[in-house]
Design a protein around this ligand. Sequence first.
Ligand code: B1M
Length: 211
Amino acid sequence: MADLQGLADAVIRGDAKTAEALTKAAIDEGVGAADIVNSGLIAGMNVVGEKFKNNEFYVPEVLIAARAMKTAMALVKPLLAEQDVKPVAKVAIGTVKGDLHDIGKNLVAMMLEGAGFEVLDLGVDVSPDQFVASVSNDGVQLVAMSALLTTTMPGMKDTVEALAEAGLRGKAKVMIGGAPVTQNYCDEIGADGYAPDAASAVDKAKELLGV
Ligand code: B1M
């Protein structure tokens, strides 16, 4: 019997070796890729997200859990395509232009991936044009922007405006976050949502996209 609860627990503990072994065993037993992802990997990352929100887990624990999740996900990914399992939605994430901080952005990306989103990571120093291209060329439904400097926050406003100018504001939602970013700033620039941390970012993304 495939041990999907054991897989979820291995992800929570950040035990990549066990997560990999249990994923291999489940695949060999013919368990569907969607079940492995939903009942094993996402279930585990959901608990990690809750613990992070409640300050029971800190950044290192989340990073280690996400690494275990990614190790197992690498085995499942080819099957997802074969079995035509669709991601929850497609997100482009990046740190805005002029800003090189990526630790928080990476955490948000990992939590989104752990929740079943397809994540296009545009990296750091991402221009409004790059975000716009992700929507127009790659079919992204959610633009997720991170900023850690007060001086780079205007890049978020520029991106919201660039999306509007390109006529794409109706095609993708915009979510923002990062230490100096606030709900007030989100309202001020006309973004769709703000999240204070990586776990809340998953909830906000689901809320914005209705998934
Ligand atoms: Co810089 N830095 N830094 N830095 N740095 C800060 C941000 C700063 C507050 C330090 C300080 O002065 N006390 C300050 C900014 C001041 C301001 O503008 N308010 C600062 C400065 C000034 C600078 C430089 C200008 C320093 C210099 O060169 N003179 C320079 C700028 C470089 C650039 O970007 N162009 C600089 C450089 C660097 C390093 C390269 C050395 C390094 C970054 C390494 C890296 O990221 N790869 C660095 C670091 C590490 C920091 C601190 C110490 C830590 C940031 C961090 O990673 N936090 C930071 C001081 C501090 O915060 N104590 C500081 C941990 C991370 C998990 O939190 O990113 O907030 P955070 O992410 C959270 C939430 O905010 C949220 O979820 C995450 C997880 O819960 N979140 C989102 C983040 N993005 C989100 C997106 C969402 C939703 C939620 O939706 C899309």
